[in-house]
Each structure stands twice: as C-alpha cells, then as structure tokens.
Ligand binder design. Sequence first.
Ligand code: TRP
Length: 329
Amino acid sequence: MKARVLSGVQPTGNLHIGNYLGALKNWVKIQYDYESIFCIVDLHAITAYQKPEELRSNIHQLAALFIASGIDPKHSSILAQSSVPGHSELAWMFTCVTPLGWLERMTQFKAKSEGQEIIGDGILQYPVLMAADILLYQAKIVPVGDDQRQHLELTRDIAQRFNSLYGETFVIPETKLPLVGARVMGLDDPTAKMSKSATGAGHAIALLDDPSAIRKKIMRATTDSNPTVNFGNAGPGVVNLLSIHQAFTEWTDGQMRTHFEGMRYGDLKKTVAEAVVEGLAPIQAKYKEITADPGYVPSILKEGAARVSPIAQETVELTKKRMGLYSLA
Ligand code: TRP
C-alpha cells in the first residue's frame, strides 16, 4: 500500500507563484507515488473573519487552481475540510489532551495575537485543528514549508500524548519535510517571503494574473545598485528573480549562469517575465477550461470528500472508542 500524503491550503487571498513553485508544483510531481489528499482548509480560514460569499467562491477557485496546476482529481483527493465532519470532531478530542502551554508557545500564535485587543480562541486552537487534519487520515508525509515545522512537531506531540494516554491509535507523521521547492520572496521586498496577505500591488504574482500585469510587476521588482547580473555578488532581489526563472524553466545552474551572467537588469526582468508568462499560460488555460462548466469543481469536491470519508469515519470511531465516548456504530 502506498503511504498517505496530506497537505492543506487556506482558501484566502490569491494563490501566487510562491505557493505554486514552493508547494503545488512539487505535489503535482509526487502525487502518484502516494495516496494523496489535498485539503482546502476552510475551517482554518475562519480563524479570521471571512465574508461568507467570498469564502465559498475562494474554495471553488482554489480547487480549480489545484486541478489547473496538475493535481489529478482522478488519483488525488481534493476536498473542503468542512465537508468531512471528522476534522472538527477529532479537533475537539485533541483539544482535551493538549496542554494550553503547548499552544501558547507556538510562534504563529504569538505573532498573530501580539498587540491584539481581542484574540480569537480559534487562533490558539489553529494547530490542534491542523493536527486533526493530518491524524484523521493517518498521514505519514506532510509536505509543508518550513514555517509549518513547529505545527507539525506539535502534531507529533499530540499523537504521542494521545497514544500514551489511550493506547496506540495514531500514526506519527514524519518530521522531515521532503519537498522543498523554491522559496519565492516578495517582488517589492525580497527580504520577506511572498505572502497571500501582503497588500502591496507589486508584491506577488497571482496564478491568474494576465501577461501585462505579470510583466508590469516584474519590471518594477526591487533589484540592487549593481548594473548587471553578477552571480558572485547578487542582492536578494536579483537572486529572487533568478530563482523564479529557474523554478519555472528547470534550467540547470550552469545554464542559468551562462545565460544571465553580466546581463543588464532590464533584460533580466524581460526574460524572467516571459518565463513566468509562459509557465503560467497552460495553468490559466486549464483553469478557464474547467471553470467553464460551473458544475465540475463542485463535483470534484464532492468526489474527494466521498473518497476520504470512510478513512475519517474509521479514525473518529476508533478515537471515540479509545476515549470511552459513546458510539452508535
Ligand atoms: N497551517 C497550514 C498553512 O498555513 C495549512 C494547513 C492546515 C495544513 N491543515 C494542514 C498543512 C494540514 C498541512 C497539513 O500553511
């Protein structure tokens, strides 16, 4: 049996080339080596207020972008987290075995709650729900970025604590993050990771940006005071543009150097922009094709939920049984 891989993305903001090159592109590559589950984590999204209509349409858009990027819904399950009740059920059971101190220590919690007058309980519970996402399917491999490492470690701690209190129940997921993609930085500020929540117009390239928007953003990207590309001494903005190009084209380091060393920044930007336009064209075409039928994406989400539900139900039943909770099954 193939090992199970699970990852999640929040249906908030616009998916951008950082999400694609850093995560999705790798998921596409490895999906057939595993039993793959890709979860649109709408329950995590509501830890911050979401306009209901917007949230629902973001869920559909994200599912469509997964498919357009190459996730094969015939093989991989794509589902909305809230459509499988086991995520919430397991999260509560985990809440009850998780020491408060573990949650208060999370760097993401500290960052999100700092200076806030009102701190939603959901912000604190966020990683418990993430643990439930993973352990509900007994997933072994969790391809996430380095910023999620602490949450993954907490998931292991919760699983171990549960297992020691109630007996072996959960598979402990691996901590190694096997799929490091490109780390894409903001175009306007190459010292910060490209982010969905950053508001600057020139910060990120969304997967659905049209060619003229892509060109405009890249032509305005921050570089440095050198006149031309110098591989030995390139500032973070130039490094970022080069790594975006390399991630799209999959050129070797040698090819990159031969092509770009000594190139003027204006020409570098033009070349990178064309690589991005070309790299996104098939994704955008596929997106257009699959969203032309408004019934298609909802049918995929339904199919995904139906495929994983038996696994979720089995885990929830087992967990309830271990804890002595009441079951009609
Ligand atoms: N917290 C993750 C992020 O912001 C999203 C996420 C939720 C997730 N549940 C998950 C990732 C389960 C991997 C597995 O990126």
